[in-house]
Ligand binder design. Structure first.
Ligand code: B12
Length: 315
């Protein structure tokens, strides 16, 4: 933890936001949480600076200041740096020191242990540390998604019960949901995300959406088990830049391709007018071609980085 040592003028200089506006944001949105010096001055720390920068970044995507500040506050609770009350307690945040592979392994072990014990508080405490140390993208890639994968392995070999797997996926889902607060605002390119009918595995898609939203996209999330005609009618009215269909299993994508072929041509055209991609372990080149979509390889974090703001992606 780093100390709260900055006066408001220094915070203004560092962030480029005027003292007046900072005071308004503190009063109106509770964005800043200064401590008092012995002389009675307000002193601000790295977490205040982080929230101001995050608010500025989100406003640049077109969201209102109130929305941006609310999202920055929520994200700061999840992944921002925290300030120590004492001054002079070091200046580096935990984020400055990248966690080693061993530390990531330890975080995964702690999370799996908490899941094994059905201990939600312990699991969230591990997620707090993980998000703080690694940031959202690396936390997903290095800890959260591998833990889900390992949960599946343990479920398949009988080490975990279905109850433990359900506990894990609901816990992760609820945590990811808190990272989606600002993803439908602003003026960035628009993405529609769905799983095909019969596909309940949505966590990879949700993680993909979180990363996309953080990169400035507006996300319309339809989630698991989305009927094909509903998807196409949403696409006809929203006219997104990008449509993503994700599936862990191949059969639901193949069935969706058949169903799409039976829909009228305007529905098919609307889907293909957007950049239409398929991702997830069930997405093969063959099924992508059946759908008239492009295959998006890789994990959700990498996949979200590959699509560019015009809705295209590099191979
Ligand atoms: C959580 C979970 C569930 C939950 C899902 C809850 C939810 N809200 O999503 C529930 C309980 C609903 C469930 C149900 C079932 N499940 Co399940 N489940 C899992 C589990 C443990 C985690 C899935 C997950 O979210 N992983 C996180 C993602 C990110 O990792 P991933 O799936 O490995 O995905 C990789 C890629 O596909 C890619 N990716 C994934 N999504 C996306 C999206 C995009 C856009 C991109 C670019 C990439 C991408 O990234 C990952 C690589 O890093 C997996 C274990 C596992 N190996 O993952 C089993 C697993 C997927 N389930 C499995 C099975 C068999 C089932 C059931 C059939 C069980 C049953 N008998 O009822 C049902 C099917 C339900 C249905 N009709 O869809 C098998 C699938 C085998 C297969 N390939 O067909 C697995 C692999 C377990 C196993 N070891 O056998 N499951």
């Amino acid at each position: 933890m780093a100390a709260a040592t900055m006066r408001i003028g220094e915070l203004a200089t560092r962030t480029g936001v005027s003292v007046h506006v900072l005071r308004v944001w503190e009063r109106r949105y509770g964005l800043l949480t200064p401590r008092r010096s012995t002389g009675g001055y307000r002193l601000y720390g790295p977490s205040d600076e982080w929230r101001v920068r995050e608010t500025v970044r989100l406003r640049a995507t077109g969201v209102s200041t109130a929305q941006a500040a609310a999202a920055a506050l929520a994200a700061s609770r999840q992944s921002g740096p925290h300030d120590s009350a004492r001054s002079g307690e070091g200046t580096a945040t935990a984020r400055d020191a990248p966690a080693t592979a061993v530390e990531r392994g330890r975080l995964r072990d702690h999370l799996l242990e908490a899941i094994d014990q059905f201990d939600g508080s312990a699991a969230h405490a591990v997620l707090d540390v993980t998000l703080e140390q690694l940031g959202v993208e690396e936390a997903l890639r290095g800890v959260v998604l591998p833990v889900l994968h390992e949960t599946g392995v343990r479920w398949a070999d009988g080490t975990f019960t279905v109850a433990q797997e359900h506990f894990a996926s609901n816990l992760v889902r609820s945590r990811l949901a808190t990272l989606t607060l600002a993803w439908d605002g602003g003026s960035g390119p628009l993405a529609v995300l769905a799983c095909p009918p019969g596909e309940q595995h949505e966590l990879g898609l949700l993680a993909f959406g979180v990363v996309l939203g953080r990169a400035g996209w507006r996300v319309r999330y339809l989630g698991a088990d989305t009927p094909v005609d509903t998807l196409t009618s949403a696409v006809q009215s929203l006219r997104p830049d990008l449509v993503v269909l994700a599936s862990v299993q191949t059969d639901p994508l193949a069935a969706a391709a058949d169903e799409l072929g039976r829909l009228d041509r305007s529905a098919q055209r609307a889907l293909r007018a957007a950049h239409f991609v398929v991702g997830g372990a069930g997405a093969t080149q063959e099924v992508a071609e059946q759908l008239g979509a492009v295959l998006l390889d890789g994990d959700p974090v990498e996949g979200a980085r590959l699509v560019n703001p015009r809705g295209e992606h590099s191979p």
